[in-house]
Design a protein around this ligand. Structure first.
Ligand code: PLP
Length: 257
């Protein structure tokens, strides 16, 4: 059994964050562990409150895991604030996990800032150089690369710019563009497109969390970056196709075991 750690925020409604990550890990047959960075009060309609966890407790959670258990891959999600990012980066530099997926979570679909805008540069400077792969969506890539993105060509340029910030691979997710969605992987040498038909549903809460956790699971299982992303795309496509109309707002994706 491979062991995979998520360092991320809790979603009380179970559709995104730590809860989506752990469900995804289980569905991939890996053992899931969690370091909680923040507790959110949220449901399918929005995020209503956030309590950031004390950085010292974040450090102690990370120490407790790495002192005792071998970690085959790590995924980072919501990291809220500058001190949160700094302590995570310090600990990951110390423990140096071989496989690290960074999901640069910034704003929820409901419009809540899960990352303080003041902390955007810190996330880039501290976490990208440690990342095996970073997985921005279009709005996140626009913030990171300081440009607007409307076309596949502009996606490629932004992926190149983000690659230069230190991540070994960049997966720029194209779902926010119109028509069918194409994600672009930039490996530093080549661009590899991953295309899928758009699924017509409003229930897409937690898709980013689920995709990055599926990639981390697949890397832990020994797949190449390209294979890990291709299979994670298949997983998220099925999870969206069977997403759940629970709650009054944007329902969550469905995980199959
Ligand atoms: N809540 C937490 C804790 C998250 O980490 C994320 C996304 O990464 C979200 C909410 C946002 O979910 P969505 O934008 O898919 O609704």
């Amino acid at each position: 059994m491979k062991n995979v750690l998520t360092i991320a925020g809790s979603d009380s409604s179970g559709g995104a964050g730590i809860q989506a990550d752990l469900k995804t890990f289980s569905a991939h047959g890996v053992f899931g562990m969690s370091v909680i960075t923040a507790v959110t009060a949220q449901n399918t309609q929005g995020v209503f409150a956030v309590q950031d966890i004390d950085p010292d407790i974040i450090a102690k959670q990370i120490d407790a895991i790495f002192d005792d258990i071998s970690v085959d891959a790590v995924k980072i999600g919501m990291v809220s604030q500058i001190p949160t990012i700094k302590i995570i980066a310090e600990k990951l530099r110390e423990y140096a996990p071989e496989k690290l997926v960074v999901d640069p979570v910034m704003v929820s679909k409901s419009g809540y800032h899960l990352l303080n805008p003041d902390a955007e540069l810190t996330l880039i400077q501290e976490l990208l150089p440690l990342a095996t792969v970073v997985t921005p969506n279009i709005p996140e890539a626009e913030v990171m690369s300081h440009r607007s993105i409307h076309t596949l060509e502009e996606m490629k340029d932004a992926a190149k710019a983000i690659f230069q910030m230190g991540a070994k691979n960049v997966l720029l997710k194209g779902g926010h563009l119109e028509n069918d969605s194409t994600d672009i992987l930039f490996t530093g040498k080549e661009f590899i497109p991953f295309s899928s038909a758009r699924i017509n549903t409003k229930n897409t809460h937690g898709t980013g969390c689920t995709l990055s956790s599926a990639i981390a699971s697949n890397l832990a299982r020994g797949m190449s970056i390209e294979q890990a992303i291709a299979q994670a795309k298949e997983y998220i496509t099925i999870a969206i196709e069977h997403s759940l109309a629970i709650g009054k707002g944007v329902g969550p994706t469905h995980h199959f075991y």
